[in-house]
Design a binder for this molecule. Structure first.
Ligand SMILES: C[S@@+](CC[C@H](N)C(=O)[O-])C[C@H]1O[C@@H](n2cnc3c(N)ncnc32)[C@H](O)[C@@H]1O
Length: 298
């Protein structure tokens, strides 16, 4: 039995090494470890993986064995030789050919989000995103405000699609949407472009990018476009009523701080924004997954 002090130190070490775990995952994805093992007809040794990926034998062996400890790979020893293959987790979420592959999102997190998080301390000091510090570019000079290039924007959109392939169904099932035969998934330049006619406007992972003032402007536009009985379905990660959890929503809110103008919000904060825009009936549903649903009708 370890003492409370030892347990606390173990937890501290786990937290401080957390970024190393992310990097092992990112590197294995970026190098194509999981795709190679999925495509190989049988489990491969470290030397074969290194030869096919063009990587060092020492680095590859370390990476593969660390992936085993993280349950991203499994290993069996046959006649003294370690042979690696994917686990169920990696076969489902890390192999390109899987319909639930999260590879684009992991690449975006590795290439963009991770760099912004390197400036979290300063983001907390300044209360604003760190694009200038992370990329040397003020956000008003970036492509579409938050992307460095069209390639980065496309990678992010594909990443969002990856997450949606796993998390979309629970949020769309949170409410009976049968009273809304025509649904518009709001995207593009929704602050300027006219909104198409619809019974329900879907605002998925949009409001968390923006300040309260910009959210109010967008919700007021949607409210004006709504027919009687029409509404808006907001999909976001809800914070607890006091803002102190769940941890994933808190981390996403910090992510909004380092990457955008926005934040994650509590149900009461969404209710206030929606009510101010003229929506009279507002219902919040937690799904237990990454995203929750808020249905507001006029
Ligand atoms: C985080 S994405 C969410 C996309 C989609 N609803 C989903 O859940 O996958 C943000 C959306 O805001 C739109 N948008 C409008 N103005 C933007 C801006 N200045 N910067 C970034 N995104 C912007 C993008 O076109 C994109 O559709």
């Amino acid at each position: 039995m370890s003492s409370p002090e030892e347990q606390a130190f173990r937890l501290l070490t786990e937290y401080s090494n957390g970024f190393m775990v992310s990097q092992v995952l990112f590197a294995a994805c970026e190098l194509g470890v999981f795709d190679l093992l999925a495509e190989a007809p049988e489990p491969l040794g470290a030397a074969a993986v290194a030869a096919r990926l063009g990587t060092s034998s020492h680095g590859t062996e370390l990476l593969l064995d660390t992936c085993v400890s993280l349950k991203l790979l499994q290993v069996e020893t046959k006649t003294g030789k370690a042979l690696y293959q994917n686990t169920e987790l990696s076969s489902t979420y890390l192999v390109r050919a899987s319909p639930k592959c999260q590879g684009n999102m992991l690449r975006y997190l590795a290439r963009t989000t991770y760099l912004c998080w390197g400036h979290l301390t300063q983001a907390v000091r300044d209360g604003r995103n760190q694009y200038l510090e992370a990329f040397g570019v003020p956000s008003d000079q970036l492509f579409s405000a938050i992307y460095r290039s069209e390639d980065e924007r496309l990678l992010f959109m594909r990443g969002l699609q990856d997450v949606w392939s796993v998390s979309g169904r629970p949020v769309l099932g949170a409410f009976d949407l049968s009273p809304f035969p025509l649904i518009c998934d709001v995207g593009g330049d929704f602050f300027k472009d006219p909104l198409p006619e619809a019974d329900l406007y879907l605002l998925a992972r949009v409001l968390h990018d923006w300040t309260d003032e910009r959210c109010s402007r967008l919700l007021a536009r949607i409210r004006r476009a709504c027919k009687p009985g029409g509404g808006v379905l907001v999909i976001e990660s809800l914070l607890a009523a006091d803002g102190r959890g769940p941890l994933t929503a808190q981390l996403y809110s910090l992510n909004m701080l380092v990457q955008t103008e926005g934040r994650e919000r509590t149900p009461a904060q969404y209710r206030a924004l929606l009510a101010a825009a003229g929506f009279r009936h507002v219902q919040c549903r937690r799904t237990g997954g990454l995203y929750d649903a808020i249905l507001a009708t006029r």
